[in-house]
Write a protein of this length. Structure first.
Length: 209
C-alpha cells in the first residue's frame, strides 16, 4: 500500500532544497559584494560558481538577477524587520528599554546582510521591479506603525494631536536611513550607541509627551 504521507514528504523535501539553495546563494552574494564588486557587475556565472551550484540550478530558482535580489532581500529583511515588527505589536510595558532591545536586534539583522541591502537600495533606483518591491516592503512596515499609533491615540495612551501617518513615515525612514548611513560611513558609533539613540528617539516621539 502506498504511503499517504509521501506527497507531503516530497513537497517538504522540495521546500528544504529550495531554502538550502537560496541560503547558499545569499551567502555567496554577500561574499562577492564584500570584495568591492557592485551587484550590477556580478555575472550570474560568478554567483553560481561562488554558491557551488550549476547555472541551470540558478535559473531554476531565479529567472534573472532582479528576481534574485528581491528574493535575497526577502531573506535579509526578514532578519532586519522581524524584531521591530514584534515590538510594534507588543504591549510596550517594558518601556524605552523594550524599543532599544528591538533596535539592537534590528541593527544586528541589518549588519548580517548589509551589503545585500545596500545593493537593494541602489538597484531600486533604476530597476522597476526591485524599486516596487522595496517601496512595498517599507510601506508595509510603515502601515504597521501607523495602525499601532492610531490605536494608541484612540486609547488615549499618546497625545491626541499626534500626526499618526507622518510620524509613522518619519520613524520608519529615520531608522532605516540611520542604520544604513552609519554602516556606509564606517561605523562612527558602535551598534549599542546607535540602538540606544534610536530607541530613545522613538520612545520620546511616541510616548514622552
Amino acid at each position: 500500500m502506498a504511503s499517504l504521507t509521501r506527497p507531503g514528504s516530497r513537497s517538504r523535501q522540495r521546500d528544504e532544497r529550495r531554502d538550502a539553495v537560496e541560503r547558499r546563494v545569499l551567502a555567496a552574494v554577500d561574499r562577492l559584494l564584500a570584495t568591492g564588486t557592485t551587484y550590477t557587475e556580478l555575472p550570474v556565472a560568478r554567483i553560481a560558481a561562488e554558491a557551488d551550484i550549476a547555472r541551470s540550478t540558478f535559473y531554476r530558482y531565479f529567472p534573472d538577477k532582479s528576481r534574485l535580489l528581491i528574493r535575497m532581500a526577502d531573506l535579509a529583511t526578514d532578519e532586519q524587520f522581524r524584531t521591530a515588527e514584534l515590538w510594534w505589536a507588543s504591549d510596550h510595558l517594558d518601556g524605552e528599554e523594550g524599543v532599544v532591545t528591538a533596535m539592537r536586534l534590528m541593527i544586528a539583522g541589518t549588519r548580517a546582510h548589509h551589503l545585500v541591502l545596500r545593493a537593494l537600495t541602489e538597484v531600486a533606483g533604476y530597476d522597476h521591479d526591485v524599486g516596487e518591491y522595496w517601496r512595498d516592503r517599507i510601506s508595509r512596515f510603515t502601515e504597521l506603525v501607523r495602525a499601532r499609533l492610531g490605536r494608541e491615540r484612540e486609547r488615549g495612551r499618546i497625545p491626541a494631536d499626534i500626526e499618526v501617518e507622518a510620524t509613522a513615515i518619519a520613524l520608519t525612514c529615520m531608522v532605516e536611513r540611520a542604520i544604513d548611513f552609519t554602516f556606509a560611513i564606517g561605523n562612527p558609533v558602535d551598534d549599542e550607541q546607535l540602538a540606544r539613540a534610536l530607541g530613545h528617539t522613538i520612545w520620546q516621539a511616541v510616548y514622552a509627551r
